[in-house]
Structures are given as C-alpha cells and as structure tokens.
Ligand binder design. Structure first.
Ligand code: NAD
Length: 277
C-alpha cells in the first residue's frame, strides 16, 4: 500500500493517512470515498453526526477492496453519550455503514459539563470486548479528561483525535499521549485549507521540493508521527493529498514550520464545548 501503518497500543495497524469526510453530504461522500479508494486510501474517518455513514458504506462495499484492507473509523455523537444510548448508537452506525464491525470507534467530544464520558467509554469497552470494534478511543479529550478515563476504566484509549496543524501544534497534548501510549490523530490537518496553505514559509518549502503547500503540511504531520486525515471532494486534491510518502522535509523545513505555531484553534475549546443538538 501507498500508506505505511502505525501500530496502535493493542497491536493493530492503522494507516498513517486516511480520508476525512466531515461536511460532505451523503451522496457526495459516496463519490468522494470511491475516488479516495481508487487513489489508494484505505482508511476513512466518518462520524454519526456527519450524516454520511450510508454513502461512505456504499462506496466501501462497491469498491471491491477486501474488508481486512480497510480501516473504518466512526464516532459516537454527543447526544448519545451514556452507557445504553452508546450501545444503541453504535448499532445504528454499523447498520448505516453496512458493516459487521468498525476498526476504530471514538467518543466525539468529552462534554465535561455533562460528566458522562466515563460511562460512555465503558460502553466502548463492552463493544471492544465483544469484538465489534478493533480499537476504541476518543476525540477532543484534553489530558485531564484522559487522565480521569485511564484512572477509572481498564482499556487505555488507542487514539485521541484532536485539532492539530501548524498553527496549533499541540505540544503538551502530544507529549502526554506519547507518555501514555495513545496515538495522536490530527483533525483539520490542513487548517481547513484557509490561510495556512498561503503562508509564505509553507509556499517557499513547497517550491523548494516541487510539491504543493498541502503536501508539505501533510508531510510535516507524517514526520511528527501522527495519524492524519485530510478531507477534499476534488479528485485532483484527493490524489495529491496521499502522495506524501516519496519525499522528506529537512531540518530547516521542519524548523520553519515549527515557528508557525500560534496555539490558535479553529474549532471549539473541548473544555467548554457542550453542544448536543
Ligand atoms: P482539512 O484540514 O482536511 O481541510 C480540508 C479543506 O482544505 C478542504 O475542504 C479544501 O478546502 C482544502 N484542501 C484540501 N486539500 C487541498 C489541497 N490539496 N490543496 C488545497 N486545498 C485543499 O479540514 P477538515 O475537513 O476540517 O478535517 C479533516 C477531517 O478531520 C474531517 O473531514 C473529519 O474527518 C475530521 N474532523 C474531526 C473533527 C472532530 O471533532 N473529531 C473535527 C473536524 C474534522
């Protein structure tokens, strides 16, 4: 395969680069995932709240790619937190995807004000014990939320999927994850394509390597060792975004990108976010 795996803390392999489908309507998702699979992607990141698990599942089924070569992630939506509601929501996601198991199931947000993420995670542990998911994890958890989970449950999350890009480099979270054996997965790895891809330092590095700014940013993630899930619905960009395993950034490039950190989020602050609608 074009994309090397990383090994999660339970020994299973996850492709280091996958295809994200946030904000892609169901019909378009089918087309986009089909294009991505043809381009060599084997990992797809969806979520119940994205409303495109059906289109994603149709594309997976139609592709002819053997199930064991695919890595499918979906996420439990906020409104479904709690032990029983989580088990029901998982069944719904699986039915929409048309699968009998997913590879990775994540709690989408911690919602600390509701205080239900520990019970919710116990439901994920049950799904894991029943072999309906190959790995379980979380998304948007701060180190304090992870610390509590690790203290009160028995399976250390395999993954924490967090906002991460050159303007928000997440040094503290990545160090904590590394200490605990949790893989860091970057969402909005391209900064949602706004501004970041026009930053002069990125454009200069792209020119130097004969690559695009998006490829430079994705290569930076790869060299950090994180999992990355860029999104695009444009076939040429879908293809371009996976072609990042045949060149390397040098120390000077990495230093220039390091210097772009502003600790600036695009998305919500996980400590305060409590939207369940
Ligand atoms: P992204 O950083 O992947 O940026 C996507 C946008 O960048 C595209 O819509 C397009 O405008 C632009 N783009 C993509 N490829 C390009 C290229 N080659 N050249 C120029 N522009 C390009 O943003 P994202 O969709 O927010 O994040 C990726 C994935 O992360 C999502 O699809 C989703 O799967 C996941 N995600 C998860 C959460 C969470 O809370 N867990 C939140 C946001 C996103």
């Amino acid at each position: 395969s074009k994309v090397p795996p990383i090994i999660l803390n339970n020994g299973i392999e996850m492709p280091q680069l996958g295809f994200g489908v946030w904000q892609v309507p169901d019909d378009d998702a089918e087309r986009a995932v089909t294009t991505a699979l043809a381009a060599g992607y084997r990992s797809v990141d969806t979520a119940a709240i994205y409303g495109n698990e059906e289109g994603t599942g149709k594309a997976l089924a139609a592709s002819g790619v053997p199930r064991e070569e695919l890595f499918v992630t979906t996420k439990l939506w906020n409104a479904d937190q709690g032990y029983d509601a989580t088990l029901r929501a998982f069944d719904t996601s699986l039915a929409k995807l048309g699968l009998d198991h997913v590879d990775l199931y994540l709690i989408h947000w911690p919602l600390p004000s509701r205080d239900t993420y520990v019970d919710t995670y116990r439901a994920l542990e049950k799904l894991y014990a029943d072999k309906r998911v190959r790995a379980i994890g979380v998304s948007n958890f701060l180190p304090e939320h992870l610390e509590r989970l690790i203290g009160e449950t028995s399976v250390i999350p395999a993954v924490n999927q967090i906002e991460l890009h050159p303007h928000l480099q997440q040094h503290a979270a990545r160090a904590y994850h590394a200490e605990q054996g949790i893989a860091t997965e970057a969402w909005s790895p391209l900064g949602q394509g706004k501004g970041l891809l026009e930053v002069p330092a990125i454009v200069a590095i792209a020119q130097k390597h004969g690559r695009t700014p998006a490829q430079v940013v994705l290569r930076w993630h790869v060299q950090l060792g994180t999992v990355v899930i860029p999104k695009s619905v444009t076939p040429s960009r879908i293809k371009e975004n996976i072609e990042v395993f045949d060149f390397s950034l040098d120390d000077e490039d990495l230093a220039a990108i390091s210097a772009l950190n502003e600790d600036r989020r695009i998305g919500p602050d996980p400590a305060a976010f409590d939207y369940v609608g």
